[in-house]
Structures are given as structure tokens and as C-alpha cells.
Ligand binder design. Structure first.
Ligand code: BES
Ligand code: MN
Ligand code: ZN
Length: 499
């Protein structure tokens, strides 16, 4: 069911020889390498290529044999990792459009940036160009193969090699998340999602446990099962346990929303809003991707992830507006909208991961509210917290991943919005502040355990491509959650080399 293409087949990176085709990154205020200086002076003199960020110029000629690609980085002091990713992306695109299969590039030390992080950013940017979701097209996009040779600083071979393989594994996991989100609901069901999690994670030593409807009922997951009632597909509880650090008892918990299709249920969505609702398991894709990246890279950390996967559908048994349902935590919930289903599945997932898996802190990630998209657009994810310290770490991890988040408030006052009258809670707080009342609902299930909630309704799936992110699934959250787990064992970049 899943994509067959492997990143490792399409891209390879070596540190050995120079190639005829050359990529030359240029800062507008720094000297260009001797060998290309004449060419560059000519171009900049004519104003054709001046090294500004975003510029790209390629030239080829019979006497030169190879292609020369200049990539602008802007002023040296302004270069950051995101600019390097974008430059890497453009370079790989330019190589592909010139039908170049092998090229070399020098990775220079830039002031203020660590060399290992710089290398990772170049590799990531180049790999970003390799994604496409074409499995249902009769004519596949011809994905060019690229063999890239990096000319690196002496003595950095080991660091660069490990940076390359770490980034390949990370991007492979991002692409897995994108494939899962792009896959239509006809083939991506709770069952196949659980199968993919098992197939992708067990080879790396992650324990994947899958429970069905009756085991979920035994656990008391009444809120989750109420959502699942309207679907003929059996709901699945997917628990993934990665133990990378035998010496530590500290356990990070991840929860991902796994609604494989959201029709809205009896509070039916308008037909146009329904078309892309196969993306409503974007949170689970992020969590599964992050687990794969952590395990593939052997990160020294213990992480447990939980996905409660179901469809939100309509049939004769489906839950109805006005119903009062239970939850694993024992709180009763009045259903004001069957379309506010995500928080019901997350309520049981959060209660389960805290009480049964005994995590010390938990981050949930979910395509939870249209209101979050209204507030922040497709540019940023909404972030909410019960714990400032965890929030800081999540936001730092997200920033490093270039998956920007914006914190929204979650004061006591918002609790009122989800307090019930006929029941303990109600599942909708109304239109105003909809992203916040959804978070306030989740807050009722996290107790004293430090918790952060990421609403990725706007960022998991783009209506049009943006920079190196494609139209459709972005895989957002994979890099953030990976960095979050990494941060605790490796503060900063770990190389101590910043100048
Ligand atoms: N899956 C949707 C949220 C969503 C909207 C994701 C747009 C991606 C793009 C969620 O289940 C939902 O329907 N939320 C409702 C909540 C409301 C009924 C309180 C919404 O946002 O309208
Ligand atoms: Mn919904
Ligand atoms: Zn939903």
C-alpha cells in the first residue's frame, strides 16, 4: 500500500572526488572561490547573478564540460540554516532540470553556524526536492537520481558522514509521514495504518502493539469508541514503544490524532470541506515518522507513542448530537457536534498514555480545529501548554526544525467554555476561540503531567506548495518531535564548533 521509492536509492552523498558539475554557494558580500571568480565577476558586473538569497544561475559550455550552478545565500551574516535548506533545495532542482546525475559542492564554514548543522541543512534541502506522491499516476514523475559529492573541511569526515546518514533517515521518516497523509482513506484505514506502523517500526526494534475494538472497550475507551461507532472499519489502538536508553527511566509520551477520515459524522461537513479529510491523521503520521527517525538513528531516549485510529462516519449506529458519552478518565461528555471528534479520541489517548504507559511528559499533535487555520493560516501550528518548561523545549525543537509554532493562551477562563450542564464536559466550546476551547477540553485529561498540544490543522496539508514544502502533505511534526527527543540527550548541536 505504501510508496516503494526509497530515498537512499535516489540520492547518495560521498566525500571523495570532484565532479565536472559544480554547485557554488555564494554570499553577496564574500569572496568567491578562486577558480570561479572570473565567471562570477562577469555575472555580477552585468547584474545577472549577485549572490542574493534566492538567486540561482546555471551555465554550461562545451569547453567547460560540466554545468556550473551558482546559488545565492545573501549576506554572510544573514545566512541561517533555513536559508541553506532553501538553497540546497534550489540547487538540487537546478541540477535535475539540467539533467545532472552527479555533482560536487564545497561545504564552507559560515560564521556563526556550526559545521555539522550546516551540512545537515544542505543535505535536507537537497533531499526535500526528491518528494512526490505519484503512485496513482499512470505516468510517474521521473525522479532524477543524484550523486552528490561534498568537499568538506579537513578533519570533519566523521561528523559529516554521521550528519548525512542522520539527515537521510530523518527525511525518510518525513516522507513516510507525507505518504501516509497523502494516501486516500479508501486504502489508509485504521487497520492499514496499524499495519504500516508495525512494518515500518518493528525492524528498528520498536515494539508495536495493536488492539482492536473489544480490547479498547476493556480499557474503558468510551469516548474513542463513540466516535468509531459510525464506521464499518474496526478502530485500532496503536501503541509504539521505543527504548533507546536502558539506563534511564525517563519516558517521553507522544500522542497523534489518527482520524483516517473525518466526514463530520451526523454534524456532517459541507461537501467541499470533506474532500481533503483523509488528512485528519496528520498527527499520527508525525508521531509514527518521529518514532521511525528516532529508532533508525538509534537516539538514546525512551519514547512511547499512542495513536487511537478510527474513521468518523455516518451509519445507523453512529453517535449523535445530544448524546452523552463516557470516557476512559470517567468524565461524561455531551456531544454538541459529532465533528468535534478529534478531542474525544485524544482525551482517551492522553488518559491512557499517562495512566497506563506512565509517561513523564506528553506532547500531542493533531489536525484539530478549523479555527486554528483561521487564526494562524497554513504558516504556523498552534501551540498550547500546561507546562511552560516543556513548552519552551517544544518551541525550540520546532524552531530548529523550521516547523514554526505560535503559542496561544490557555488560562483558567477558557475552562468555562467546555464545562457541561447535562454532563461534566461538552465537546464543543462554540465558534469563538475554537482552537483554544479544543485545547481546554484536552487539558481536562492531562492532570499534573506536563503537556503540550500542537494543532497542525493548517500546517499538515498545504493547498499549494510553499518553498521546499510540496502541495498536499508536509509531514510537519516529524522533525519537531525528533528534535524534542534529541534535545534532552544532546543539548545544542553537540559539536561545540560555532565559530
Ligand atoms: N478535522 C477537523 C479539523 C480540521 C479542519 C482539520 C480543517 C484540517 C482542516 C476537526 O475534526 C473538526 O472538524 N473540527 C471542528 C470543531 C468544531 C465542530 C467545534 C471545526 O474545526 O470546525
Ligand atoms: Mn471533525
Ligand atoms: Zn477531525
Amino acid at each position: 500500500m505504501m510508496a516503494e521509492k526509497s530515498l537512499h536509492e535516489m540520492f547518495s552523498f560521498t566525500l571523495d572526488m570532484e565532479k565536472e558539475n559544480v554547485v557554488i554557494p555564494v554570499c553577496e558580500d564574500a569572496a568567491v572561490e578562486e577558480a570561479f571568480r572570473e565567471e562570477y565577476s562577469f555575472l555580477s558586473g552585468k547584474g545577472i547573478f549577485t549572490g542574493k538569497s534566492g538567486e540561482v544561475y546555471s551555465t554550461l559550455g562545451a569547453e567547460r564540460k560540466g554545468v556550473l550552478i551558482f546559488i545565492g545565500l545573501g549576506k554572510e551574516k544573514s545566512v541561517n540554516l533555513e536559508k541553506i535548506r532553501k538553497a540546497g533545495f534550489r540547487a538540487a532542482q537546478e541540477l535535475a532540470s539540467n539533467k545532472v546525475a552527479a555533482a560536487c559542492m564545497r561545504i564552507s564554514k559560515l560564521s556563526g553556524l556550526c559545521y555539522k548543522e550546516t551540512t545537515k541543512a544542505w543535505v535536507e534541502g537537497m533531499l526535500q526536492s526528491a518528494y512526490s506522491f505519484d503512485k496513482y499516476l499512470a505516468k510517474k514523475k521521473d525522479n532524477p537520481k543524484l550523486q552528490m559529492s561534498f568537499l568538506i573541511k579537513e578533519g570533519k569526515e566523521d561528523k559529516v558522514r554521521s550528519a548525512i546518514s542522520e539527515t537521510m533517515n530523518l527525511m525518510d521518516a518525513v516522507f513516510l509521514a507525507r505518504d501516509l497523509v497523502n494516501e486516500p482513506a479508501i486504502s489508509l484505514t485504521p487497520r492499514t495504518l496499524a499495519e504500516v506502523a508495525g512494518k515500518e517500526l518493528t525492524p528498528f526494534g520498536v515494539e508495536v502493539e495493536v488492539l482492536g475494538r473489544s480490547a479498547a472497550a476493556d480499557l474503558g475507551m468510551e469516548a474513542f469508541l463513540a466516535v468509531a461507532k459510525g464506521s464499518s472499519e474496526e478502530p485500532k489502538v496503536i501503541v509504539m514503544r521505543y527504548r533507546g536508553d536502558a539506563e534511564s527511566s525517563r519516558l517521553l509520551g507522544l500522542v497523534g490524532k489518527g482520524v483516517t477520515y473525518d466526514s463530520g459524522g451526523y454534524s456532517l461537513k459541507p461537501k467541499d470541506s470533506m474532500v481533503t479529510m483523509y488528512d485528519d491523521m496528520g498527527g499520527s503520521a508525525a508521531v509514527i515518522g518521529a518514532m521511525k527517525a528516532l529508532a533508525a538513528n538509534g537516539v538514546k531516549r525512551n519514547v512511547t507513542a499512542v495513536v487511537l485510529a478510527t474513521e468518523n462516519m455516518v451509519n445507523g449506529e453512529a453517535y449523535k448530537p445530544g448524546d452523552i458519552i463516557g470516557s476512559m478518565a470517567g468524565k461524561s461528555i455531551e456531544i454538541l457536534s459529532t465533528d468535534a471528534e478529534g478531542r474525544l479520541t485524544l482525551a482517551d489517548a492522553l488518559h491512557y498514555i499517562i495512566t497506563r504507559e506512565k509517561v513523564d511528559e506528553v506532547v500531542d499533535i493533531a489536525t484539530l480545529t478549523g479555527a486554528c487555520v483561521v487564526a494562524l493560516g497554513e504558516q504556523m501550528s498552534g501551540a498550547f501548554a500546561s507546562d511552560d518548561e516543556l513548552m519552551q523545549r517544544v518551541r525550540k525543537a520546532a524552531e530548529k526544525a523550521a516547523e514554526p509554532t505560535w503559542q496561544l493562551p490557555l488560562n483558567e477562563e477558557y475552562r468555562e467554555l467546555v464545562k457541561g450542564t447535562r454532563s461534566d464536559l461538552k465537546n464543543s466550546g462554540g465558534r469563538w476561540g475554537g482552537a483554544i476551547s479544543a485545547a481546554a477540553f484536552l487539558r481536562e485529561f492531562t492532570g499534573d503531567t506536563p503537556w503540550v498540544h500542537l494543532d497542525i490543522a493548517g500546517t499538515a496539508y498545504l493547498t499549494s506548495g510553499k518553498g521546499y514544502l510540496p502541495k498536499g502533505a508536509t509531514g510537519t511534526g516529524v522533525k519537531t518531535l525528533y528534535n524534542l527527543a534529541l534535545e534532552a540527550v544532546e543539548p545544542g548541536c553537540g559539536c561545540g564548533d560555532r565559530n
